[in-house]
Design a binder for this molecule. Structure first.
Ligand code: PLP
Length: 458
């Protein structure tokens, strides 16, 4: 099919995720064709360094033959096995065991999903079940962060703290609430300790206002991803955990982006020894090669649910593809690559270099803030470094950045409010990190050659 026909068909038929539909029709789709390592090639042969690992997921990079072989072998042997009716498959059982062994605290039980949204949604359902079954049915309210992202399921989208996921979708619901994120760059707090104290105080105040007996849980990402890569001060997550314990509400850590080496260790919870009651993962679990997510449930909650459900009564949460054997076989091979294949170690080394190189961008007239943890980074663009003024909408900065970056052979995420997100594959080399930062600086410099943008910068 010619590129023009593909664009026409796409325009006519494919509803793209989280897209402004009319703008997408006008712009036309960009068709990607192949990938190798940290590079993508589009249908016209243009090679791009993928600074976003697809959608923060292709951690192992493209073209890992051992993953292709693991998937093909499993497809030949047994392409599908249900987890219903007490059936299972070897790869799903093994993967659940290996994940539970590596997860923080007593997160010993794993429910497999197809991605992150249904992992969050499953957690919400199990929390409701847990409190109802254990005799505390009033605990219904859930609190999350403004700018947090917890997917776009019917209920989970209400915990997401981003306006476009709410507009016209009738969420958040009456039991869903948001508090301020640990956003140092745009906070009035004088230092990290003060910012953490403010966040703790806000959680306490919200729970007190609702009544602790009515509050079920607090949800957070260890680093806010889709809300603009907001890296909290060290100690924030541990402080939020201590507050949740004190208030007798559950802590749910959403590691859909941060899991599997994105910030250095296997799970970001490890930075501060956090042991949540539930944890959600997806993306890096199968490195995007096939769909799979998972929720981890603490042993305490698992046992309470099991003990409070009569024998013969099924706990009615399930999906046809939960524990899909091909996805599980891929997950096992991806986990092997992180550990025995040295990818986690590579990500830690490349991540340290990435952080150092990105900080050099602070001298650029358009750069207000640079924040990163491992290979997860955000660069916040402003038109005035003193007032921290966000670029005016009319400047169309995100769109221009993405276009110029693409021309320069670089893919990154240009968020609507002038924040640029990076999450390169964890297999990225130090030389490729240098290339990424150089291409990004060139992109920023070219942006400044546009008169209206140059004029807008004070
Ligand atoms: N939670 C977080 C933190 C995410 O970043 C995402 C996706 O980006 C999700 C949940 C939803 O995952 P999915 O897109 O696989 O449904």
């Amino acid at each position: 099919m010619s590129l023009n026909s593909l664009i026409e068909s796409d325009r006519a038929h494919w509803i793209h995720p989280v897209a402004p539909w009319r703008d997408h029709e006008e712009r036309g789709v960009t068709v990607l064709r192949s990938g190798k390592g940290a590079y993508l090639t589009d249908i016209e042969g243009h090679e791009l360094l993928d600074g976003f690992a697809g959608l923060w997921c292709v951690n192992v990079g493209y073209g890992q033959e051992s993953i292709v072989a693991a998937a093909a072998e499993q497809m030949r042997r047994l392409p599908y096995a249900t987890g219903y009716f007490h059936f299972g498959s070897e790869p799903a059982i093994l993967l659940a065991q290996k994940l539970a062994e590596r997860a923080p605290g007593d997160l010993d039980h794993v429910y497999f999903t197809l991605g992150g949204s249904d992992a969050v949604d499953g957690v919400i359902r199990f929390i409701r079940y847990y409190y109802n079954a254990t005799g505390r049915p009033s605990k219904k309210h859930m609190i999350a962060l403004d700018r947090g992202y917890h997917g776009s399921s019917t209920t989970g989208s209400g915990l997401t703290g981003l306006p476009s996921f709410h507009l016209n979708f009738d969420v958040p619901g009456p039991t869903q609430h948001h508090i301020a994120p640990p956003y140092a760059y745009r906070s009035d707090a004088a230092n990290d300790a003060e910012l953490i104290a403010l966040c703790v105080a806000e959680l306490r105040a919200k729970v007190e206002a609702l009544g602790a007996e009515n509050v079920a849980a607090f949800f957070a990402e260890p680093v806010i991803g889709s809300g603009g890569v907001i890296v909290p001060p060290r100690g924030w997550l541990a402080a939020m955990q201590a507050t949740c314990r004190d208030l007798d509400i559950l802590l749910i850590v959403d590691e859909v982006i941060t899991g599997f080496g994105r910030t250095g260790p296997l799970f970001a919870c490890e930075h501060e020894g956090v042991e949540p009651d539930f944890m959600t993962v997806a993306k890096g679990l199968t490195a995007g090669y096939v769909p799979m997510g998972a929720l981890f449930m603490s042993d305490r909650i698992y046992q309470a649910i099991a003990d409070n459900t009569p024998s013969g009564v099924p706990i009615g949460h399930g999906q046809t593809y939960s524990g899909h054997p091909v996805s599980a076989a891929v997950g096992l091979e991806v986990l092997r690559l992180y550990e025995e294949g040295g990818l986690l170690a590579n990500g830690q080394k490349a991540g340290a270099h990435f952080g150092t190189r990105l900080q050099e961008l602070r001298d650029h007239p358009l750069v207000g803030d640079v924040r990163s943890l491992g290979l997860l980074a955000g660069v916040e663009l402003v038109t005035n470094k003193v007032t921290k003024a966000r670029p005016a909408k009319e400047l169309a900065l995100p769109d221009r950045m993405a276009r110029i970056g693409y021309k320069n052979g670089l893919i990154f995420r240009a968020f609507g409010d002038g924040i640029i997100g990076f999450a390169p594959p964890i297999c990225i080399t130090v030389d490729e990190v240098d290339l990424l930062v150089d291409r990004f600086r060139q992109t920023l410099d070219e942006l400044l050659t546009i008169k209206e943008i140059r004029d807008a910068v004070d």
